[in-house]
Ligand binder design. Structure first.
Ligand code: DAH
Length: 340
């Protein structure tokens, strides 16, 4: 028997030390030391030996077992070490490689322009308020002096949801809401999205943005309106910008005007951008119509006010010299990345 034990041991050491992966090593361990393993079999057959031989056989088997276990353990460490070395080699980082640039989000030019614009008005003491995009006909038209049969309703092709509920066509709807509920004096701007069933082209879109302005107090005059808008234009477009009020008509203001600024491109001389006139229109405005004040519960004999509505896309295009409004909506990264 000692010879066969000897053989088993030699054979075992050879296979252990030539095995090159952990699974194979485990198989070897089980085949030698497991329940049905070669060494275990010898211990099981102990009863076949003479009683005086048994201690010696037992000791030899135990020695062999210990030796085999030690060798397996050593081989396992060895294989683990090799695996780790290989893995580290595979995963080496070349610190001289250029890094991958993180793509960070950034503000849209419309948003940048809006924040600039808000800064100017906050500086003049205005509050910023918001109104709903889905609006009642009452706020979008009726309280603004545009009753059901008024022709001005045709100028703003409206998306109706029901007969009385619509997508607001102008942020002027916020004027009526504020005058109805807010205590006087009022000094607000209200930026937001508006909707009209327009075809898309270089200057039109079915959804765009306006910034409404409204001031109501005792003794407000057209001079306040003119001064405010001139200050806005100079802060927003640059100190050399001049403004001009052109008489116009809006149902909710009287008198009404449109405001032009000197062309950013030619400075007022006349060029292709301003179609030779030297001026570019940026907003509508006027003194709040006494009837509008009255409908909103404000006494027009005591209070007066002015209002204006700025086309946000329009001033964004002018400020950044963009010649097509569609660029603001198409999300072409080559365009938008210029504002990173
Ligand atoms: N709501 C008008 C429009 O969409 C713009 C406007 C004109 C607003 C005069 C005003 C205003 O507040 O006073 O064309």
């Amino acid at each position: 028997m000692s010879r066969s034990l000897e053989e088993i041991r030699e054979e075992a050491l050879k296979t252990i030390n030539s095995s090159d992966n952990l699974e194979k090593l485990e198989e070897i361990r089980v085949s030698l030391l497991g329940k049905k393993g070669a060494l275990t079999e010898i211990l099981k057959s102990m009863k076949d030996y003479a009683p005086e031989e048994r201690p010696m056989v037992g000791q030899k088997v135990n020695e062999a077992r210990k030796l085999i276990e030690e060798n397996i353990e050593a081989r396992r460490n060895n294989i683990n070490h090799l695996l780790l070395t290989e893995k580290l080699k595979r995963e080496t980082i070349d610190v001289t490689m250029p890094g991958r640039r993180e793509l960070r989000g950034h503000r849209h030019p419309n948003q940048i322009a809006l924040e600039e614009l808000e800064k100017v008005f906050i500086g003049m003491g205005y509050q910023i308020v918001e109104g709903p995009e889905v609006e009642y006909d009452r706020y979008n038209f009726e309280l603004l002096n545009i009753p059901a049969d008024h022709p001005a309703k045709d100028e703003q092709d409206t998306f109706y949801i029901t007969k009385d509920i619509l997508l607001r066509t102008q942020t002027s709807s916020v004027q009526a809401r504020i005058m109805e509920k807010q205590e006087l004096p009022i000094k607000i701007i209200s930026p937001g999205r508006v909707f009209r069933s327009d075809e898309v082209d270089a200057t039109h879109s079915p959804s765009f943005h306006q910034v409404e302005g409204l001031v109501v107090d005792k003794g407000i005059t057209m001079a306040d309106l003119k001064g405010t808008l001139d200050c806005f234009a100079k802060s927003f477009f640059g100190p050399n910008t001049a403004t001009k009020l052109r008489p116009h008509h809006f149902p909710f203001t009287e008198p009404s005007a449109e405001v032009d600024v000197t062309c950013f491109k030619c400075g007022g001389k006349g060029c292709s951008v301003c179609k030779g006139s030297g001026w570019i229109e940026i907003l509508g405005c006027g003194m709040v119509h006494p009837h509008v004040l009255e409908m909103c519960g404000i006494d027009p004999d005591v209070y007066s006010g002015f209002a204006f509505g700025i086309g946000l896309e329009r001033v964004t295009l002018l400020k950044y010299e963009i010649d097509d409004m569609r660029l603001l909506y198409e999300n072409d990264k080559r365009f938008l990345e210029q504002w990173v």
